[in-house]
Design a protein around this ligand. Structure first.
Ligand SMILES: *[C@@H]1O[C@H](CO)[C@@H](O)[C@H](O)[C@H]1NC(C)=O
Ligand SMILES: *[C@@H]1O[C@H](CO)[C@@H](O)[C@H](O)[C@H]1NC(C)=O
Length: 251
């Protein structure tokens, strides 16, 4: 839960009340619930000093019944085929076809994976929360703890078909959301970001590049104000990140 807090304190700047009034989101210190509560200063959690250059990203659920690791993108990651995700190309208005076989899941000169947020109904109902974070990782870059390639018989993991040809994996013991995969793109798996190594920081930016232009299936979100705040915060964060990069290039 702490990890979720770290994600959202960066992306949520304000809360929109039912009447449309906006107010800043309070940034409580973790242990201060009393009268003398202090606030976390804005931007204090924006960057992680150490961004790992390791070649394995470990992942596990709360009880440890599901453990796996992810490797850096390689040549095999580029050969995967997949239509575009709703995150980048809204399905309600566009076709998801990817006739040129663009490797949209690879980012930062093919060193990182794309990640994003989703507010679709089935994610919400599976997670029990409005916002799911997913990283898009080729199946060939996911390995079991013993180094063998991923299959869906992994420790305490269970599979649930959430719609035709669509499968959701979760831990049968602690209930953690693990993967989403489907028959339409069997070589590319959605990995629940909450399981990834906490040492890498909440947003795992050494491995993931977050899409800030859209929340996947935002039109399905139950709370319009929540998703509006999230999209707004993501866009501001994205612009700020780009600004920093642009400055770095100039100097
Ligand atoms: C994309 O992949 C499909 C299936 O392998 C292939 O038929 C098609 O020619 C590819 N498109 C391009 C532009 O390479
Ligand atoms: C991108 O990766 C290729 C291959 O590793 C390398 O030759 C190139 O210099 C990289 N480009 C940038 C901008 O880092």
């Amino acid at each position: 839960m702490f990890k979720i807090f770290l994600l959202y304190i960066v992306w949520f700047h304000e809360i929109v009340d039912a009447d449309g009034t906006k107010r800043p989101l309070k940034r409580w210190m973790l242990n201060d619930r009393g009268e003398k509560a202090e606030f976390v200063p804005e931007n204090s959690l924006q960057t992680l000093e150490k961004i790992s250059s390791g070649d394995k990203l470990k992942a596990q659920c709360h009880c440890g019944g599901v453990k796996f690791y992810i490797t850096r993108p390689n040549e095999a990651s580029k050969k995967v085929q997949s239509p575009f995700p709703d995150l980048q190309v809204p399905y309600h208005s566009h076709s998801n076809a990817n006739p040129e076989n663009k490797t949209w899941w690879l980012r930062d000169n093919d060193t990182k994976y794309l990640a994003g947020t989703c507010t679709c109904t089935s994610c919400r109902q599976n997670l029990g929360m409005e916002i799911q974070t997913w990283a898009f990782v080729p199946k060939c870059n996911i390995f079991k703890e013993d180094g063998s390639p991923l299959d869906f018989h992994l420790g305490t993991m269970k599979t649930y078909p959430s719609s035709e040809g669509v499968f959701r994996e979760f831990c049968g013991k602690c209930g953690a959301t693990v993967f989403w995969h489907c028959e339409e793109r069997p070589e590319l798996i959605d990995v629940s970001v909450g399981l990834l190594d906490l040492e890498e920081g909440a947003r795992v930016e050494g491995w993931l590049d977050w899409w800030t232009d859209r929340v996947s299936f935002e039109e399905m979100a139950v709370s319009r104000s929540l998703v509006a705040s999230l999209e707004d915060g993501l866009k501001k964060w994205g612009a700020k990140r780009q600004g920093v990069e642009a400055q770095d290039i100039v100097s």
